[in-house]
Design a binder for this molecule. Structure first.
Ligand code: HEM
Ligand code: SF4
Ligand code: SF4
Length: 511
């Protein structure tokens, strides 16, 4: 997929955590904070009288360029960047097919945000009341006139100087501030059903973005055109192609074509989830008898699909409950459940919360089978995920591969179990940081295996026998290299102690 290739190219430069393409939603929110912060200053110093508005904005750029001018430029460039990031975010979610099932709500609530973003961006340009503002205001109202909603053409309001008055500017400022407030409410709804929302990008990405906007503001400050003059048609203006591209597009076609395009595109975005034929996978199921009410699954679920409810049989106990509409079928909860340990000496391993399509019991049975079949000097088990790099090409007599729905499904005790049951090393092949299909799988796995999050890998487990990798879905070659290096490291360590010391290797045994 071209988008994935592009993300990978960015990975090479930025790394997964700081890759802007992998954190577009968070980057959008960050840009919005810059827009709001700089906008508050502009609002405080702006004089909204029709005669003063132009000069009060001009004053910022000319007399107070070191503060007001920079803030004005930051406001403009952050708005452009916001539009760009929003469109990329939409395209990315669409390209990965993330508009259906449990993501339906996020997708649908995202669509009105596009209209709000463009409406407040276009309105912002009008406040400057220069030639560009006049051009955009007239072009927009002519576009609106085409709709059968106004009794008399509103473009006429802009044709005579005496009809543009102070009240209109107060209204424009009100709209320009009101729409972003509506957008913030919309954004709250947009991420409402998502747990552990990526509210801000990494520190590096934030600093880099702020620096880029600042440099741009200093090199090419936002300036006004000549003042609006309703007695004349605006001369050549410096168009903002990110926000105002609709005007030249209308000139090239007609208002009818533009409205048809806008409505068709919006309808298509709304219809997309209903057109998808993708089958939804089985959702997580809870076994109250094996749930101790610890709530780890609730804490770790990326989509807030788990709630804690009173236990059906044990008074004053709680039990996990899954909301099937919200469940992404990712299995991350099975990885967080303390009952998912393969060391439990039961023929049938039943855990607190499990995935019917890949139960923890089947995972243990499969692991035991593959461990028993492993041969060779250095035997390695690789855990990977359905959405990550392909494991097929690295499977070998000395390498067992185990595919999970997501690596977040891997209880850390499985690593210890593999090492105790015949493996010399365990490689956990996660997706790139920020690239998890279920948002948090790779993060939780890393934190659990590095003992920063419950359930933790036990202290006893020798970390040199565990390799945690972050590999792109397209890059099984990289996974191959990591495996070769890992094996070489284990062997070098073994050579230095003259013999390979298995970690308390024992045969699997269940009562
Ligand atoms: C107005 C600008 C927007 C901002 C600031 C924004 C922000 C966000 C944020 C912060 C998240 C959560 C990311 C995470 O924590 O992993 C998110 C998720 C999402 N957004 Fe947006 N969003 C915007 C517009 C849109 C639009 C226009 C669409 C598509 C119509 C969209 C579709 C989605 C989807 C489908 C998800 C869920 C992703 C997942 O579950 O993996 N967003 N957005
Ligand atoms: S499968 Fe994933 S989305 Fe569903 S309850 Fe478990 S962690 Fe939550
Ligand atoms: S993690 Fe397991 S034991 Fe804890 S509440 Fe969830 S299902 Fe129950």
């Amino acid at each position: 997929m071209p988008l994935l290739r592009c993300e990978e190219a960015f990975d090479r430069f930025f790394g997964g955590v700081d890759n802007p393409l992998r954190h577009l939603g968070a980057l959008g929110l960050y840009l919005l904070w810059i827009i709001v912060g700089t906008g508050l200053y502009l609002y405080a110093v702006l004089d909204t009288g029709v005669a003063q508005v132009y000069s009060s904005i001009g004053y910022l750029s000319e007399e107070q360029w070191y503060l007001g001018g920079i803030l004005r430029s930051l406001h403009r460039y952050a708005s452009d960047a916001f539009i760009l990031v929003m469109v990329l975010h939409l395209v990315r979610e669409w390209a990965y097919g993330r508009y259906t099932g449990f993501r339906f709500y996020s997708w649908i609530t995202g669509i009105p945000l596009i209209w709000l973003a463009f409406a407040s961006g276009i309105g912002g340009y009008w406040i400057v009341w220069d030639q560009l503002a006049q051009f955009s205001a007239v072009a927009t109202t002519e576009l609106l006139d085409w709709l059968p909603i106004f009794s008399e053409p509103s473009a006429r309001n802009f044709l005579a100087p005496d009809t543009v008055n102070d009240r209109l500017f107060t209204l424009l400022v009100f709209i320009h501030i009101g729409l972003p407030i509506l957008m913030m409410a919309g954004l709250w709804a947009h991420v409402h059903r998502i747990a552990h929302v990526d509210h801000l990008p990494s520190g590096k990405l934030m600093r880099g973005t702020a620096l880029a906007l600042l440099v741009l503001s200093l090199l090419k400050p936002a300036l006004s055109d000549a003042p609006a003059n309703l007695a004349t048609t605006p001369a050549e203006t410096r168009l903002d192609w990110f926000i105002l591209f609709i005007h030249p597009l209308t000139d090239l076609s007609s208002p009818a074509v533009i409205w048809a395009l806008l409505f068709a595109l919006t309808a298509l975005l709304f219809a997309l989830p209903f057109l998808s034929r993708r089958k939804s996978a089985a959702v997580a199921i809870v076994d109250p008898a094996n749930c101790n009410g610890c709530a780890r699954c609730q804490i770790d679920c990326p989509y807030g699909a788990v709630i804690m409810a009173p236990h059906p049989t044990r008074r004053s106990y709680q039990v996990a409950q899954v909301d099937a509409d919200l469940c992404a079928s990712c299995g991350i909860c099975a990885g967080s459940c303390p009952s998912s340990t393969p060391f439990r000496s039961r023929e049938q391993l039943i855990t607190g919360i499990d995935m019917p399509q890949l139960p923890v019991n089947a995972l243990r049975a499969d692991l035991e089978l593959k461990l028993a079949a492993l041969t060779g000097k250095t035997r390695i088990v690789v855990f990977g995920c359905d959405h990550g790099a392909s494991l097929a090409s690295i499977a070998a007599a000395d390498t067992a591969v185990m595919r999970l729905i997501c690596t977040g499904m891997l209880p850390p005790s499985f690593v210890e179990y593999a090492l105790r049951t015949g493996a010399d090393g365990v490689l956990v092949a996660n997706c790139r940081e920020g690239g998890c299909e279920y948002r948090l799988g790779e993060r939780w796995t890393r934190e659990r295996l590095t003992r920063q999050r419950e359930p933790q890998l036990r202290e006893k487990v020798p970390v040199e026998r565990l390799q945690i990798a972050f590999v792109s879905a397209n890059d099984s070659r990289q996974l191959h290299h990591i495996l070769i290096e890992f094996r070489a490291r284990i062997e070098a360590e073994a050579d230095s102690t003259k013999k390979l010391q298995p970690y308390l290797r024992r045969t699997a045994h269940h009562a």
